[in-house]
Design a binder for this molecule. Structure first.
Ligand SMILES: Cc1cc2nc3c(=O)[nH]c(=O)nc-3n(C[C@H](O)[C@H](O)[C@H](O)COP(=O)(O)O)c2cc1C
Length: 191
């Protein structure tokens, strides 16, 4: 199986980084191929520009976008690892999606109806939050994020979300709790 990890966090000492390392090791130990796209380390430009639209209109794809699309094309499952910032994806990842999940690559309009093109891909989303599990459940944040990410972005592009996992209250819990969260990943299937 070929996995593509799209990792978004600026701090190599973050819990998200530990999650990324843990999943990479697990998948490799299981004999899978793993490609990492670390969006901050790559310096990926997340700003969708007028020049991008001009290129798309002329049937061309800017090189940095094409490179990412090729990584997506050659993967079976895409694993997104990132914190929740302002109840959504970090701007760098949002911009990556704006630019890379472009019309004609990720979706088309067929008689006015949007149709996903990435129907052979699966996705796993791993998020960390500052808010507690109760906070997310009782205030509807979990459902809202599932709607905007799983359905609004990935299902729309034809991608099947097989898991959307949240690790809650990450900055507030003890190191032992964070260790337990990492151990939980051992028993999760990414297939
Ligand atoms: C810019 C910013 C915005 C944030 N917005 C939210 C938010 O909307 N909801 C939430 O639960 N936590 C929010 N947080 C807290 C982060 O989700 C939390 O610190 C992070 O998931 C912990 O993982 P890390 O140690 O790997 O960064 C925010 C943090 C930052 C820096």
């Amino acid at each position: 199986m070929k996995y593509l990890i799209i990792y978004t966090h600026p701090n190599p000492k973050s819990f998200n980084h530990a999650i990324k390392e843990k999943i990479e090791t697990k998948l490799k130990n299981e004999g899978n191929e793993v490609e990492i796209r670390d969006l901050y380390a790559l310096g990926f430009d997340p700003v969708l520009k007028g020049a991008d639209f001009v290129a798309f209109k002329a049937g061309k794809t800017p090189d940095d976008i094409k490179r990412e699309q090729d990584h997506i094309k050659s993967s079976d499952t895409i694993i997104f690892i990132h914190p929740i910032w302002w109840f959504g994806q970090p701007a760098t990842l949002k911009g990556y999606i704006d630019r890379v999940f472009s019309y004609g690559f990720a979706y088309i309009s067929d008689k006015g109806i949007l149709k996903g093109l990435l129907t052979d891909k699966k996705a796993v989303i791993i998020n960390t939050t500052g808010g507690t599990e109760d906070d997310y459940r009782n205030n509807g944040y979990k459902d809202a994020l599932a709607k905007t990410m799983d359905i609004g972005i990935f299902s729309l592009c034809g991608i099947k979300v097989i898991l959307h996992k949240f690790f809650h209250a990450v900055p507030a819990v003890s190191n032992d709790e964070r260790e337990k969260m990492l151990l939980e990943l051992d028993s999760i299937s990414f297939e």
